[in-house]
Design a protein around this ligand. Structure first.
Ligand code: 5AD
Ligand code: SF4
Length: 485
């Protein structure tokens, strides 16, 4: 590993090393030189802003970008009127793309007033050739573009961008089998952290662009994962979220294969770690072994996110999900039977090509039978290059909107009904932050992922405390603290 002083000892007047991560450390040192010269010229440090769109994976990637910027000496800010702004983009649905284009216009305004400002784009959207073409043509003020596969090269790209007087730098890779370890990370929360256990996805659900922009499935070695978690725990982390597009297929392609359940068993043994979460599970790969490990675990949280997408077997087949309505119901029932206090949440898509009102009724039937504690409902978004985009029977948007409202109402009614069942109970809660609306309250998360707000001192943040759930307010609770653990 490294510490800050080590970067000043690196000789940047020689050729950069070839191996990673030494090569990136060299470029971090180069960026530090640039920061120093900026400070001399302007009498202040350069300000940098990282803006994240999309999922937990992107949030974790942004922590890596921030880690490198901080080590380079930038001052981090949430204000996009800064000297260096990077958007870590998402392209899973088109509205995420539209947001980026809209906000780029605003950045252009800032850059006109501060010509030394530099703008970078990275993440999933950049893996789409149509996007990079559009940016080159319509947003020429962007300085640096890179994709998902070479994010580990951020320091090198940043140093290169500052060496260049002007013009766009673009570096996009089609795929990679490389995983670079031991780069700097700056965590958003001191007490909890995401951990990548795998990258990419091999499932090719027919609506989904992720396998095209994140590449093939690659698992990290268990030793690296355990080493990282142990180091996080020694820094005060009590909760980890293991991240992958399909964690249930973790480890299958490693030189010495290991199952996700076996990995969890090893993570459980780490002393000082209190809570383990993971995301996302594909129903087709969820094993009995995993259910047994969850059931017997003291640390794995009572929450499973199990994307359904559709309740119609016919649509599931078109989606290439490789399970049926019946097998999903049987799986959910088995999980509820084995782990009665678990929360099951899901993702649902409405408006997939060819979906009829009868198909939507099947989805509603599954929602009512599984009784999800929460569900994210999405309107189908056509993603260029996916098989579903080429299907001819796209559903008109007025029909989709009507069906979407129906599904949303069922989801919300169900969630309200499910969440209220904990009223009066005393539960363990990880106090996470000051409540956004009322600063006298802290917001904490129960093992089952539900939120509770309770009056407490900010000193409690990061601790696991016992809270009585006094009143249910729809999807969250108001509670009172009884003790710290
Ligand atoms: N349109 C709408 N929703 C989508 N998702 C993935 N691709 C699409 C799409 N093309 C949803 C799925 C997935 C979640 C992360 O995003 O429900 O589980
Ligand atoms: Fe997309 Fe399916 Fe992979 Fe999830 S499992 S990322 S929905 S292709």
């Amino acid at each position: 590993m490294y510490n800050e002083n080590d970067f000043d000892k690196i000789d940047i007047n020689v050729e950069p090393p070839v191996e990673e991560p030494a090569r990136q450390y060299y470029f971090i040192a180069k960026c530090r030189e640039w920061v120093k010269s900026f400070e001399q010229k302007n009498g202040r440090l350069p300000k940098s802003c990282v803006t994240t769109f999309g999922c937990q994976m992107n949030a974790r990637d942004s922590e890596k970008l921030t880690g490198i910027l901080k080590q380079a000496g930038f001052l981090m800010t949430e204000d996009e009127n800064a000297d260096f702004v990077i958007y870590n983009t998402c392209t899973v649905r088109d509205n995420a793309n539209q947001k980026v284009y809209g906000r780029l216009g605003v950045l252009n305004g800032y850059k006109r007033r501060n010509p030394e400002m530099r703008i970078a784009l990275c993440g999933c959207m950049m893996q789409e050739p149509s996007v990079t073409t559009k940016i080159r043509e319509s947003y020429p003020f962007v300085d640096l573009i890179f994709g998902t596969h070479n994010i580990y090269k951020f320091a090198e790209l940043l140093a290169g961008m500052y060496e260049k007087e002007a013009g766009m730098t673009m570096d996009i890779w089609e795929d990679t089998d490389k995983i670079v370890e031991d780069l700097p990370v700056s965590r958003k929360y001191p007490f909890k952290s995401g951990i990548n256990i795998m990258f990419g996805c091999n499932n090719f659900c027919s609506y989904c662009i992720v396998p095209y922009v994140r590449g093939r499935e690659r698992s990290r070695n268990p030793e690296e994962i355990l080493k990282e978690i142990k180091s996080l725990v020694s820094e005060g982390v009590v909760e980890v979220m293991l991240l992958g597009q399909n964690v249930n297929s973790y480890g299958k392609n490693l030189e010495s294969p290991i199952s996700f359940a076996e990995l969890l068993t090893e993570v459980e043994k780490i002393e000082g770690l209190e809570r383990i979460r993971f995301m996302t599970s594909h129903p087709k790969d969820l094993s009995d072994e995993l259910i047994a490990v969850m059931k017997n675990s003291k640390k794995i949280c009572r929450h499973l996110h199990l994307p359904l997408q559709s309740g119609s077997t016919r649509i599931l087949k078109e989606m290439n999900r490789r399970y049926t309505k019946e097998s999903y119901l049987a799986l959910a029932e088995k999980i509820r039977r084995e782990i009665p206090d678990i929360s099951i949440t899901t993702d649902i898509i409405v408006g997939f090509p060819g979906e009829t009102p009868d198909d939507v009724e099947e989805t509603i039937d599954v929602i009512k039978k599984v009784r999800f504690e929460n569900a994210f409902t999405f309107i189908y978004s056509k993603r260029t290059g996916t098989p579903a985009a080429a299907m001819e029977n796209q559903v008109p948007s007025e029909v989709v909107k009507e069906q979407f409202q129906k599904v949303l109402k069922t989801v919300q009614d169900m969630a309200r009904e499910r969440v209220v069942r904990f009223e009066g109970q005393t539960v363990e809660v990880l106090a996470e932050e000051v409540n956004e609306q009322d600063s006298r309250l802290l917001t904490g998360r129960m093992s089952n992922n539900l939120l509770v707000h309770f009056p407490a001192d900010t000193e409690m943040i990061g601790k696991i405390v016992k809270v009585r759930l006094d009143a249910c307010h729809g999807f969250y609770y108001l509670g009172s603290i009884l003790s710290s653990k």
